[in-house]
Design a protein around this ligand. Structure first.
Ligand code: FAD
Length: 381
């Protein structure tokens, strides 16, 4: 079959590769001048630092098949994400752990003592938390909430934590030991030569062609037997029902001679500091040495039509509109909506790959059995 895949990010690269290996011809287009979508990495011309152009990307997963898959296309080196936070005039370790608690409260507690201490901070008068703020107060109490959650969340989401669902904070976001590894996953690492190299290797197949700076036009679908769409779901329909809300990010680049902050990611918890975090890219490649350094100050705001969509908002209003677009998509034949934009969900890279592998398997089965390929292999709900 002749397959058109819209977007040269992880989703369509992985799906295209599987379909190409099964003998189908895959044409992949992207409106941007580079492959790899939001995972794109490139060397900074001035300093030689490997840049995470659309924000920091750390690979972490519990899925052994996905880990084997990425290691088949790139050399991964060990990397553990250790985030710090500057808040109320001091630097703390994240996620909140025993060091954070002892420093913040000026104590020397052992794990059991800290557990009792935090339990005593928790506001148990809130029996049934109705929003993010109430949930945080019930779990960790006002002091930790205000230092580590309130200002950061207001900046990240542009609204009061009282307007966000309680479900965002499911479990107690605190560790009672000194483990400051940000992720719990079994496999964690960074591709030695960057994500774009890895995705270039996935796309390197004789049945795959890639065209950059090529936005989708409806007549392209005429020449294809099936289309995969990893662009925005509402964008496929020309936004005719309205726009699904996104947060976008502005990155303010600056350079520094030497080491600017001593770590890759420094969060800023105070509301008065307008940015959410500073990323110092060379620390993502600790096996490299660079005298110069490049940093991004990261600002979050509501996405306007011309902005890059980053985080889907998915509150009540957006979910209602999403239902309308799901119905519209299910009425279209010959198109499968995939990936973070096509299904309007935040997806980590490992989940993106898992879903892409599953999508390719389902589609190949449908083709074999002569069944129609569904609009969604993974539900956007
Ligand atoms: C700030 C940020 C940080 C992240 N950090 C991590 C992390 O640390 N770890 C992790 O695992 N994951 C992280 N992620 C998630 C990761 O970026 C996604 O999992 C991944 O990018 C999803 O790939 P995709 O192919 O679905 O989408 P994308 O990468 O967005 O690719 C979609 C592509 O489609 C193209 N496109 C859209 N519309 C059209 C059109 N009309 N015509 C042609 N082309 C079009 C776009 O240009 C884009 O290249 C992060 C995401 C963000 C936003």
């Amino acid at each position: 079959m002749r397959i058109l895949l819209v977007g040269a990010g992880l989703s369509c690269a992985v799906i295209g590769r599987r379909l190409a290996e099964a003998g189908h011809d895959c044409r992949i287009i992207d409106s941007r001048p580079h492959i790899a979508g939001n995972c794109h990495t490139e060397r900074d011309g001035e300093t030689g630092v490997q840049m995470h152009v659309y924000g920091p990307h750390i690979f972490h997963t519990d899925d052994a098949e996905v880990w084997d898959y990425v290691n088949g296309f790139a050399e991964f080196l060990p990397y553990q994400n250790r985030v710090k936070s500057t808040t109320q005039g001091a630097v703390y370790s994240l996620p909140i752990n025993l060091l954070t608690i002892n420093q913040f409260f000026g104590k020397t507690m052992r794990p059991d003592e800290a557990r009792d201490f935090i339990a005593a901070q928790a506001d148990l008068t809130i029996e049934d938390p109705q929003n993010f703020e109430e949930q945080a107060l019930r779990l960790v109490g006002r002091d930790l909430y205000e230092a580590f959650f309130k200002g950061y969340t207001e900046k990240q989401w542009g609204c009061s934590p009282t307007e966000l669902p309680a479900s965002i904070l499911k479990r107690l976001p605190v560790r009672f030991n000194y483990d400051d590894n940000y992720f719990f996953h079994r496999f964690q690492g960074m591709p030695k030569d960057g994500y774009t190299q890895m995705i270039a290797a996935i796309l390197d197949h004789p049945r795959i062609t890639v065209e950059l700076e090529t936005p989708y036009a409806p007549d392209m679908a005429d020449a294809a037997d099936h289309v995969f769409w990893s662009g925005p779901l509402d964008g496929y329909f020309g936004y005719e029902l309205g726009r699904l809300g996104y947060r976008t990010l502005d990155f303010e680049r600056f350079t520094h001679d030497g080491d600017y902050q001593g770590c890759a990611v420094m969060n800023y918890g105070d509301r008065e500091v307008p940015y959410t975090r500073i990323t110092e890219h060379k620390h993502f490649s600790p096996w490299e040495t660079h005298q110069g350094s490049v940093c991004y100050r990261e600002y979050s705001r509501a996405a306007q039509p011309e902005d890059t969509p980053y985080y889907p908002i998915r509150l009540v209003e957006e979910k209602a509109l999403l239902e309308d677009y799901i119905a519209a998509a299910e009425a279209v034949e010959g198109v499968t909506f995939v990936g973070r934009l096509g299904t309007y969900r935040y997806l980590d890279m490992d989940v993106t790959i898992r879903e892409a592998l599953d999508t390719a398997a389902t589609v190949l089965r449908c083709i074999d059995e002569g069944r129609p390929v569904p609009a969604f292999v993974v539900s956007p709900r």
